[in-house]
Design a protein around this ligand. Sequence first.
Ligand code: BTN
Length: 245
Amino acid sequence: LGRRIIHFQSIDSTNRKAKELAEQGEPEGTIVVAETQTGGRGCAGRTWDSKPMEGIWMSVILRPTLDLPSVPCITQIACAAVGQALETMVKAVQIKWPNDILVNDKKISGVLTESSGEIDRVQYAVVGIGVNVNQNAEDFLPELAEKATSLKRETGKAQSRQKLCCTILEALERAYLLGDGATGMECAITYCKDHSVTLGRPVSFMENGMEVHGTAVDIDERGGLVVRTPNGVIRHISSGSTLVR
Ligand code: BTN
């Protein structure tokens, strides 16, 4: 991964650009990275604040083969890669299913996987990774100050974005390529389970327009959340957008 890196000073969204390139036949492994995004995308249609020079805003183009991961699985692989990379610098990395990486209960990074085609038969997937690296507390929007953090806040000093970016890509490549033999995938999901703040907690999700409550009990091999409802029924949820928090 990363043999071709396309760098922008400023772009609306690296995910949008990477999808456009993927549509035009850009090969697997190309990375779109930007110093700032003017229309950074978050999950569930939210925006993602991407200030200049302060974070890692990048998207990786993948072209999974058919026996390879579904979109939720790719998201878990990316979460694990970011988590492992961050753990070289901070303790207490946590993963909140499906796509948040937290440190000390505050969000430091988010993953947004977008794909073509169906969830299990993707032609390409774009894995968008945003990591807050060098923001100070006052750089966060007031409503995020308590909920979000950066590597600088957690370690007390500015960190190299390039170095962290390389560590993340190495971890991602290891898990994704090994994923061909399922091992990397399994390891990534095990990592996400071991660091999960979601498992064992009450969650609710929408089913046929109704809110269903339950307890998160596992992450399945496809990256879905396994939820047990109070009457003992087991549900597999594949997308966080159905989770009501
Ligand atoms: C989330 O937690 O809501 C997911 C955030 C994903 C943000 C990254 S930044 C790089 C890439 N480009 C985007 O527009 N979004 C992702």
